[in-house]
Design a protein around this ligand. Structure first.
Ligand SMILES: *[C@@H]1O[C@H](CO)[C@@H](O)[C@H](O)[C@H]1NC(C)=O
Ligand SMILES: *[C@@H]1O[C@H](CO)[C@@H](O)[C@H](O)[C@H]1NC(C)=O
Ligand SMILES: *[C@@H]1O[C@H](CO)[C@@H](O)[C@H](O)[C@H]1NC(C)=O
Ligand SMILES: *[C@@H]1O[C@H](CO)[C@@H](O)[C@H](O)[C@H]1NC(C)=O
Ligand SMILES: *[C@@H]1O[C@H](CO)[C@@H](O)[C@H](O)[C@H]1NC(C)=O
Ligand SMILES: *[C@@H]1O[C@H](CO)[C@@H](O)[C@H](O)[C@H]1NC(C)=O
Ligand SMILES: *[C@@H]1O[C@H](CO)[C@@H](O)[C@H](O)[C@H]1NC(C)=O
Ligand SMILES: *[C@@H]1O[C@H](CO)[C@@H](O)[C@H](O)[C@H]1NC(C)=O
Length: 831
C-alpha cells in the first residue's frame, strides 16, 4: 500500500524536481527533458517517431499522456541520425549542435539577430506548451516556439499575421506521420481583401477556403458555435490579424492539427479512455473543394437533383453541355443580353451559404445592411453584398467581379444578396431562390392545390355552419388567410404560403384569453395553451417567448417551411399567428400526454406493453428519418427526448417541437446567450462539447430514448456500479456481461419477445456510440428495426458527462406537452 502511494506520488509530482528553464551554461542533451511548471503538461527534449529509429528530433510533447503526441519540432527538416544532439544557448540564440561542437554549423538555431545588450539570456518551457527565449532577465521575448508552429495549433497560440513585423504564423503539414519534415500543405490566414483562412497546397493552390470571419465563426465552418470549452478570439486591426482559441479549463487538453492527408482536425484528450477524441474536422465534402462548381455558382450538396452545382440567380452555365453532363467546373456566366445597371434591377437572397471568396471584396464597417444594399445598387460594378457581421447584421461586404466558391449549408450560414436584372427579379419574387426549389411550376401547383383544398374546407365549414345555425352569423369567426405583405423590399420577399395565419382575437378567444386554466405547460421557448376554436376544433397554442431574435418575416418564412413537414409521426402545425410582439404556433391538440408521462410512471407504464413500445420506437424512428432524409429541409431536431414525443388517442407517437432550433434561429440563441439547445442525458458528446451538431446527434438522442423506453428508466438516474452514473453506462456494463435483460422494465411482465428486446437494446447501444461516425444513420436504424439482419457489435458509448452535469440537469416530468422544458436550455458553463 505504501509502495503504491509512493509510486503515485512519484508519478504525479515529477514537476517539483524538474527544470523548466535553461540559462547560459546549461544544456539539454539527448535523454534530458525540460518539463513545464506548474502542471507539468508539456515536455521538451529529443525523440524518435518510430521505435528503434536512430533519427532524432528536438521537440515538445504532452508530458502526462500515454500516447506520444508531438506538438512542435525544432529540426523538422534536418534530423539528427544519432543521440549526439545538444541544445544550448549561444550568443543569445538557442542552438542545436552535434556533440555540442559550436564550430560546426548548427543543426537548428532560433536565428534571431542580436542587438547590442542582451543581458541574462534564458529559455523557458511554459505550461501552455510555448518555449520562450528571453533576453535581459526575462524582460525581452526575442523568440518563441508559438511563433513558428509546425502542424499543431495549441490553445492560446495565435494563427495569423503580425502586420507590423510581417511574421505570419501558420500550420504546415508533416510529410508523413513518421516524418515531421515540412509538407505540402499549409493552413493560413490570407490577409488580402477581407481576411480569410485557407488550406493551401504547395503554398499557393487553395484546397479549401475556411472563409472570412462572420463575427462568431468562419464562414465555412458552420459547426463553430460558441461553446463552453473554447473561447475564440479573432482580431483584425491595423497591427494584426489572427485567431486564437482559448481553453477555459486548463485541465482540458485540446489541439488542432493539419495532417498530411489535408484535413484539419480538432482533438480533445479523453483521460478516461486514454485516447484523443476527434470533435471536428474539415474539409468534409466535395462542396468544400475550392471552386468545385467554377465561378458564379453555388455548390449545394443537398440538391434534390443530385448534382451539387447550380448557377447563382441571373447566371447560366458557361458550358451547358458539360454542365448537363454533371461537370460544373466551367462555372456560370450572366444570362443573355440584359442590363443590371439602372434598369429596375434588384437583389435575390441566397440563404444559408458560405459567401464567395472575399479576397477582392470591398468592406465598409460603418454601413448597415440596408445602406449596404443602397451602396451596392448605386454601383453598377457591384454584383452582390452581405453583412460583415452576421450577428449584428452590420457592416458591408460587396463583390465586384466573379463570385467564387459559394456553397450551401443546411442550418447555419450567411445570406448573400445577388444582383439580378428586373426580369429575374420578378421571377424570384414569385419563387425565392432555393426555398421553393428549382421546379417552380411543381411547387406552384402544390401551393395552388393546397390553397384550393383549404378554401374548400373553409367554404364547406361555412356551408355546414349556415345550415346548422340558420342565418345567425358567428361574428367571432374571422378566420382569415393572410399573406406576407407584398410591398416588402424584394430581397426580403417571401413565398406565398398555404399556411393559415390566425388572427390574434381568434386565438385569444379560443384560449379564454390565455387563461391559467388553459395552460398546458411552460418551456424554454414559451408557454403552451389549450384552445377550442369556435368550430369546436381543439388546438394547442404555443406562445413563443419574446426573446426570439428573429424578425417577423424570417419567422413567417420559417413557419411556412416547417409546416410543410407532414408525417404521421410528427405533430401537425395548423397555423400561426403573428401580431405585434406576439408570435404563436398553432398545433393539432393531442389528448394524451407525452411519452415520459407513461414510461417513467410506475402506475402508467403498464399501459404500454412491449408491442406498443416497439411500435412507438419504430414510429419515432420513422419520424426522425423523415426529418433527416425525406423532407426537403433536412431538419435536425436537436432536442429529442421522451417529453417531446406525444401520444395520440391510439398511442401512436408524434414528435413535437421539431424545427424549433431553426425557427428560433437556434444558433443565434446560442450565440447571444451562449446556451446550448438540448437536454443533458440526451445530448451527444460532440454537441455538448463543441456545439457541433449533425444528424448523428439526433441518432444519439434517439438511442437514449430507445433505451429509456425499453427500461422505463431515465438516463439521468444514478446507478450502483460507481463507474456509470447514467443509464447508458449502466446498460453498457450489463451488456458486456451479457446481462442486459436484467434492466428491462418490470411492468412489461412476460409479454415480450426476449430476442426482440435484446435486438432493440443493441440498436440503442449502436446509436449512443462515442464516435458520431460509428453511429448508424436513421435509415439504417429503421431498417435494423424492421428486419432480422445481424447487427454490428456496439463500441463503447459516450458517457463522459458525469455526476456534476447530471446534478444540474434535474429533468422534470411535470412539463406539459408541446413545451421545451427549461432544462433543455441549460446554460453550460465551465467549471
Ligand atoms: C558560465 O561558465 C563560465 C565558465 O565556466 C563562467 O565563467 C560563467 O560565470 C558562467 N556563467 C553563468 C551565467 O553561470
Ligand atoms: C550522420 O550524419 C552525418 C552528418 O550529419 C554523416 O556524416 C553521417 O554519415 C551520418 N550517418 C549515418 C549513419 O547516416
Ligand atoms: C537565419 O536568418 C538569416 C536571415 O535572417 C537566413 O539567411 C538564414 O538562412 C537563417 N538561418 C537558419 C539556420 O535558419
Ligand atoms: C544575471 O543574473 C545574475 C544572477 O541571477 C545576476 O547576478 C546578474 O546581475 C545578472 N546580469 C544582468 C546583466 O542582469
Ligand atoms: C507535394 O505534392 C505533390 C502533388 O501536388 C506530390 O507529388 C508530392 O509528393 C508532394 N510532396 C510531399 C513531400 O508530400
Ligand atoms: C476569453 O477571451 C476573452 C477575449 O480574448 C478574454 O478576455 C477572456 O479572459 C477569455 N476567457 C478565458 C476563460 O480564457
Ligand atoms: C443586345 O441588346 C441590344 C439592345 O437591346 C441589341 O442592340 C443587341 O444587338 C443585343 N445583342 C445580342 C447579342 O443579342
Ligand atoms: C463607408 O461609408 C460611409 C457612408 O457612406 C462613408 O462616409 C465612408 O467613407 C465609407 N468608408 C469607406 C472606407 O469606404
Amino acid at each position: 500500500m505504501m509502495k503504491l502511494l509512493l509510486l503515485f506520488l512519484i508519478l504525479y509530482y515529477p514537476c517539483c524536481h524538474s527544470l523548466d528553464t535553461i540559462t547560459l551554461n546549461q544544456t539539454i542533451k539527448d535523454g534530458d527533458v525540460l518539463i513545464s511548471n506548474v502542471r507539468g503538461t508539456f515536455a521538451l527534449g529529443f525523440f524518435s517517431l518510430e521505435k528503434g529509429s536512430k533519427t532524432r528530433y528536438l521537440g515538445i510533447w504532452y508530458n502526462k499522456i500515454s500516447e506520444q503526441t508531438i506538438v512542435w519540432v525544432a529540426n523538422r527538416d534536418n534530423p539528427l541520425n544519432d543521440t549526439s544532439g545538444v541544445l544550448s544557448i549561444n550568443n543569445g540564440n538557442l542552438v542545436l549542435h552535434k556533440n555540442n561542437d559550436k564550430n560546426l554549423k548548427p543543426i537548428w538555431s532560433s536565428n534571431v539577430s542580436i542587438s547590442s545588450s542582451i543581458g541574462n539570456v534564458s529559455a523557458k518551457l511554459l505550461d501552455n506548451g510555448n518555449f520562450v527565449l528571453t533576453h535581459s532577465n526575462g524582460k525581452n521575448v526575442v523568440w518563441q516556439s508559438f511563433d513558428f508552429p509546425s502542424n499543431t495549433l495549441l490553445p492560446f497560440m495565435k494563427l495569423g499575421l503580425n502586420r507590423k513585423t510581417g511574421l505570419n504564423r501558420f500550420l504546415t503539414s508533416w510529410k508523413s506521420p513518421i516524418d515531421p519534415g515540412t509538407g505540402n500543405l499549409t493552413y493560413r490566414i490570407d490577409p488580402t481583401g477581407f481576411s480569410q483562412l485557407f488550406l493551401y497546397r504547395d503554398n499557393k493552390d487553395p484546397v479549401w477556403r475556411t472563409g472570412s470571419w462572420t463575427g462568431q465563426r468562419w464562414s465555412g465552418v458552420p459547426e463553430m458555435t460558441p461553446t463552453f470549452i473554447f473561447n475564440v478570439s479573432f482580431i483584425n486591426d491595423e497591427d494584426e490579424v489572427f485567431i486564437m482559441y482559448g481553453v477555459k479549463d486548463p485541465m482540458v487538453l485540446s489541439r488542432m492539427v493539419l495532417d498530411d492527408t489535408g484535413h484539419v482536425r480538432r482533438l480533445t484528450w479523453q483521460p478516461n479512455e486514454h485516447r484523443w477524441f476527434q470533435i471536428w474536422f474539415g474539409p468534409k465534402e466535395e462542396c468544400d473543394n475550392f471552386k468545385q462548381c467554377g465561378s458564379n455558382s453555388n455548390c449545394d450538396p443537398y440538391n434534390a437533383e443530385k448534382f451539387e452545382c447550380e448557377c447563382l440567380p441571373g447566371f447560366e452555365p458557361k458550358f451547358p453541355r458539360e454542365w448537363y453532363l454533371r461537370d460544373g467546373s466551367g462555372g456560370c456566366v450572366r444570362k443573355g443580353n440584359v442590363s443590371t445597371c439602372r434598369s429596375g434591377e434588384g437583389f435575390v437572397k441566397v440563404a444559408i451559404v458560405k459567401v464567395p471568396d472575399t479576397s477582392k471584396t470591398r468592406v465598409n464597417e460603418s454601413l448597415s445592411l440596408k445602406e449596404c444594399r443602397e451602396e451596392c445598387l448605386g454601383d453598377c460594378s457591384c454584383v452582390a453584398f452581405t453583412s460583415e457581421n452576421e450577428m449584428l447584421q452590420g457592416g458591408c461586404v460587396t463583390w465586384h467581379g466573379d463570385m467564387e466558391d459559394t456553397r450551401t449549408y443546411t442550418q447555419v450560414g450567411q445570406d448573400l444578396y445577388v444582383r439580378v436584372d428586373k426580369h429575374e427579379l420578378a421571377r424570384y419574387a414569385k419563387h425565392p431562390y432555393g426555398s421553393l426549389g428549382k421546379k417552380g411550376m411543381v411547387a406552384l401547383s402544390v401551393v395552388c392545390t393546397c390553397l384550393i383544398v383549404f378554401m374548400g374546407t373553409v367554404f364547406a365549414y361555412w356551408f355546414i355552419k349556415a345550415r346548422k345555425q340558420g342565418a345567425r352569423r358567428d361574428r367571432k369567426f374571422s378566420f382569415r388567410l393572410s399573406f406576407p405583405d407584398s410591398d416588402q423590399q424584394e430581397f426580403e420577399s417571401t413565398n406565398n404560403s398555404n399556411l393559415p395565419f390566425f388572427d390574434l382575437n381568434i386565438i385569444a378567444a379560443a384560449t379564454n384569453n390565455f387563461s391559467i386554466a388553459n395552460k398546458l405547460g411552460e418551456g424554454g421557448f414559451g408557454s403552451v395553451y389549450k384552445g377550442i376554436l369556435s368550430n369546436g376544433t381543439e388546438i394547442a397554442v404555443k406562445r413563443l417567448s419574446k426573446y426570439s431574435g428573429q424578425g417577423v418575416e424570417e419567422f413567417k418564412n420559417e413557419v411556412v417551411l416547417i409546416s410543410k413537414l407532414q408525417h404521421r409521426n410528427l405533430v401537425r402545425i395548423i397555423g400561426c399567428c403573428v401580431q405585434g410582439d406576439e408570435k404563436m404556433l398553432i398545433y393539432e391538440y393531442l389528448p394524451n400526454k407525452s411519452l415520459d408521462f407513461f414510461i417513467f410512471d410506475k402506475s402508467k407504464s403498464s399501459e404500454l406493453d412491449w408491442r406498443k413500445r416497439f411500435d412507438i420506437i419504430c414510429g419515432v424512428a420513422r419520424g426522425i428519418l423523415y426529418l433527416h432524409h425525406d423532407s426537403r429541409l433536412r431538419i435536425i431536431h436537436r432536442d429529442l427526448k421522451a417529453s417531446n414525443v406525444l401520444l395520440d388517442t391510439a398511442l401512436n407517437p408524434k414528435i413535437a417541437d421539431f424545427g424549433m432550433a431553426r425557427m428560433f434561429g437556434g444558433d443565434q440563441i446560442e450565440a447571444t446567450t451562449k446556451r446550448v439547445v438540448g437536454t443533458y442525458g440526451y445530448m451527444s458528446p460532440e454537441y455538448a462539447m463543441e456545439g457541433q451538431f449533425s444528424v448523428k446527434s439526433d441518432v444519439y438522442s434517439f438511442g437514449v430514448l430507445l433505451l429509456e423506453i425499453v427500461t422505463g428508466k431515465k438516463n439521468s438516474g444514478q446507478y450502483e456500479d460507481n463507474e456509470s452514473t447514467n443509464l447508458v453506462g449502466h446498460i453498457w456494463n450489463l451488456w458486456r456481461e451479457d446481462k442486459a435483460m436484467d434492466i428491462i422494465d418490470e411492468s412489461l411482465g412476460e409479454t415480450f419477445s426476449e430476442l426482440e428486446v435484446q435486438r432493440c437494446i443493441q440498436i440503442g447501444l449502436l446509436c449512443v456510440q462515442d464516435f458520431a461516425v460509428d453511429r448508424p444513420s436513421m435509415s439504417a436504424v429503421v431498417s435494423m428495426l424492421g428486419n432480422d439482419s445481424t447487427l454490428p457489435t456496439p463500441k463503447q458509448p459516450a458517457f463522459i458527462f458525469k455526476k456534476s452535469n447530471y446534478e444540474s440537469s434535474n429533468p422534470s416530468t411535470s412539463e406539459g406537452i408541446y413545451s421545451v422544458n427549461v432544462v433543455s436550455m441549460t446554460m453550460i458553463e465551465a467549471r
